[in-house]
Write a protein of this length. Sequence first.
Length: 367
Amino acid sequence: MTVSVDLAGLVLPEAMEEQRRSPSGARASFLLQPLERGFGHTIGNSIRRIMLSSLPGAAVWAFRADGVQHEHQTVDGVAEDVHQIIQNLKRLVLVMDEDKDDAKLSLTAHKAGPVTAAQIAEHASVRVVNPDLVLFTLQEDLPANRPLALDLWVNRGRGFVMAEHHAPPEENETRREFPVGTIRIDAVYNPVTRANFNVRETRVGQRTDFDRLEVDVETNGALNPAEAVSQAAEIVRLHLSYFSQMGTVPMLPDALEPVAEKREKKPVDPELVELLERSLEEFGEVSARSRNTLEKQGITTLGDVVTRSRDAILRLENFGEKSLEELAEVLGRHGLRFGMSFVRDEDGNLYLKDDLAGNGAHGDDEA
């Protein structure tokens, strides 16, 4: 279902151009022009806010070190105190495979001198982007059979999450081992470290009041600037899609009018019926892992998904937030949402009923 819009007289840009890129590839500037007057600030501000707060990534969210019981102490033989080590861990840049939600890394050191991220043991699903980062400094050699050992817990997340907001292990679906002395820390998942935009006037024909939007982006190296802009734009588009579908999706029946009367006026569009009957295999946004988990619960079509609440889906075994985001993207793309309810009359026509209980405060338009 698409919305027909008259674009006559509206000037649209042809494409976004990359203006500059740093030698490391972590910083770049992009140009979009021409834009109608005022569009530059509207688009630029939206993209900037998303890039600085809502992009996904991987980060250390907890660690354990030999001899460390809490964050307000020093470590024997180490120049830095625990607070300084935590600050260094927050600067560690990691890239995790998309099919992985969490991982455990390990590091051991016994030689005096700086201990860098390069000494973290290799992991099949995690790559260290800044291996030269100094995590701490050993002041003296330790026995080779008794090195200083660190365990790092890494997971995928979005934006910035404070230490106290990380779910304790008893609430985590993986029930990971969480030994005594493990310290949770603030996690910086967002790969964008800086984002700015500038709007200037530009000429099209005789008019000089069009907008010229330049976006400057710098990342920590886990994501290149072009991908950061693209992901932010997709998040904005997904949220705006709910507004664009307002004129095409079936409306909820008025509680003051008989349902039967409403059914005569608001049958579900045949195209929507066909969409609801489509198998989840036809939607590339849904990963094989998520689809297999749903199929084990008898959820095989898009209709099976929309008739369940967000909370009901999230309660499924081995089904996490990342998988839920995949489903939310599919539903948003087609103007649907979690918790929809349908009824069928004697003639086989389908009608939209009211939402299932359970949506609560969790907005179904979350990306």
